[in-house]
Ligand binder design. Structure first.
Ligand SMILES: Nc1ncnc2c1ncn2[C@@H]1O[C@H](COP(=O)(O)OS(=O)(=O)O)[C@@H](OP(=O)(O)O)[C@H]1O
Length: 447
């Protein structure tokens, strides 16, 4: 007899295989789609999930038995349709998604909505009947500053199992203040009481490249089981965003520099300065990991060169080294902030999977704001599925829960930098970006 959890795991796996196979079959019959790239997409989709769900040979054998079962095929047919729709949408194949998007899908989505509400109810009931105490967090967002960390925590907090500190946007700054010397009891005090099912979470974007090189080790010792989320993004855009942010904070050392220099002037002065510093130290380097000297130098630079961090923060390849020493892949997820802007809901779904919590915040819960173009949260409900439901832009605007006014100034084009300045900066980062791609085994579209 299979246990309930195991049956569920196998069922999910089976659905994924079927969805991808159906996509391939459909596409092979349809000239208007690029069959090869769609098949590749379907295959990589399967491969990714196969690796995640099933690693044992025995599992594969069990899978083929399942595959043969017509009974299960029939039962899952509906689910396949709905997964196929979101898969197609995720891949940007809207024509295909429209084909799937029949009344049948609406009925199935309604069912999914009911199941979601039941699960949420269950979680709230559990909260009412079980003891909640102060605990250390189970999830910590460590950065990177200006890569979308605010959106990350705000949207994850829509999940009923994620509980965040009430203080400034869920940022405790614990490990970058003197507080960390007071130990775990002091850290615990920031979080709302949680029961054993719930996840306390905080994010402090400057943990990642803090001037304290021992931060990762201290965190690992104090919160050994915490899962770490790192959101990276195009370092050039990050730098421009950070410059604009600091420009609004004239009291900070970087703010003073930003106030006194245009972005172009800043780049013309600081990029050569950084290049020189890095070249001087680079001479003896064999790998980024053993280049401890540069790692320390970059983190400390802000103390001697105000505004240096507007550039050094984007040298991810150096900052990742200490984190890599203390966290392996099972506890450390890197997500792309550029992808987060484009596909907010998909990234939020990916994180729920990584945390091992039920997927209760969906891609379908995010809608683009008609003015800013950024995704905002609007929980999908049955009313949205009704074909007679029509919403004006004004109604949409008021129903959306967007990030605060401090977010979304540069990347939606409201602020401009000259292409020359941005070009110089991305040229500077190119080498380090490539090294970061190699380190993480993923190519980001930043160059
Ligand atoms: N949904 C949504 N709405 C608005 N803004 C969004 C969103 N998703 C990502 N972003 C991008 O997040 C950038 C701010 O990054 P952070 O939240 O990490 O900033 S901070 O470090 O906490 O100050 C912010 O940078 P700016 O465009 O420079 O303001 C945005 O580009």
């Amino acid at each position: 007899m299979l246990k309930g959890g195991e049956t569920k795991r196998r069922t999910i796996f089976f659905v994924i295989i079927l969805v991808a196979s159906i996509l391939v079959m459909l596409l092979e019959n349809e000239e208007m789609y690029d069959v090869e790239s769609m098949s590749k997409f379907a295959n990589s989709f399967v491969e990714k999930h196969v690796r995640y769900q099933y690693s044992e040979k025995q599992d594969m054998k069990n899978f083929s038995t399942y595959w043969k079962s017509q009974d299960i095929l029939m039962k899952l047919a509906g689910k396949i349709h709905s997964t196929a729709t979101s898969t197609a949408l995720q891949g940007g194949f809207t024509d295909l998604a429209d084909d799937f998007n029949s009344d049948n899908i609406k009925t199935l989505t309604k069912k999914r909505l009911e199941e979601r509400e039941a699960k949420i109810e269950e979680i709230y009931d559990y909260r009412k009947t079980h003891l909640s105490l102060k605990h250390l967090p189970k999830v910590i967002g460590i950065g990177v500053k200006k890569c979308g960390t605010g959106g990350l925590i705000t949207f994850l907090a829509k999940h009923p199992l994620i509980r965040i500190p009430k203080i400034y946007s869920g940022e405790t700054s614990f490990f970058v203040s003197e507080q960390y010397k007071k130990g775990p009891y002091a850290y615990r005090s920031y979080f709302p009481p949680t029961n054993e099912m719930e996840f306390g979470m905080e994010k402090t974007p400057i943990y990642f490249d803090s001037s304290n090189i021992n931060l990762a080790s201290t965190m690992k010792k104090m919160v050994p089981k915490a899962k770490i989320l790192l959101m990276v993004c195009d370092p050039t855009m990050r730098s421009f965003s950070d410059y604009n942010y600091e420009d609004q904070h004239p009291d900070s050392p970087a703010g003073i520099v930003a106030r006194q220099n245009t972005f172009e002037e800043f780049i013309d002065t600081y990029v050569p300065k950084m290049q020189l510093l890095l070249q001087q130290i680079h001479d003896n380097r064999t790998s980024y990991a053993d280049d401890y000297k540069t790692q320390i130098m970059l983190r400390g630079l802000r103390k001697t060169i105000p505004a240096a961090n507007l550039i050094t923060t984007g040298l991810y390849i150096y900052h990742i080294q200490t984190w890599k020493t203390f966290y392996d892949k099972s506890n450390f997820l890197i997500v792309d902030g550029e992808e987060f802007i484009k596909n907010t809901g998909a990234v939020i779904e990916q994180i729920q999977e990584f945390l091992g919590i039920p997927k209760l915040v969906w891609k379908e819960d995010f809608v683009k704001h008609p003015d800013t173009g950024f995704y905002c949260y609007r929980k999908l409900t049955e009313k949205h599925l009704n074909s007679s439901y029509v919403e004006t832009d004004d109604e949409l605007r008021t129903s959306l829960k967007c990030l605060g006014k401090t977010k979304g100034h540069t990347r939606n084009g409201a602020k401009h930098a000259s292409p020359e300045a941005l070009g110089k900066l991305s040229q500077f980062y190119e080498l380090y970006n490539r090294a970061f791609y190699q380190e993480t085994g993923k190519t980001y579209n930043w160059l």
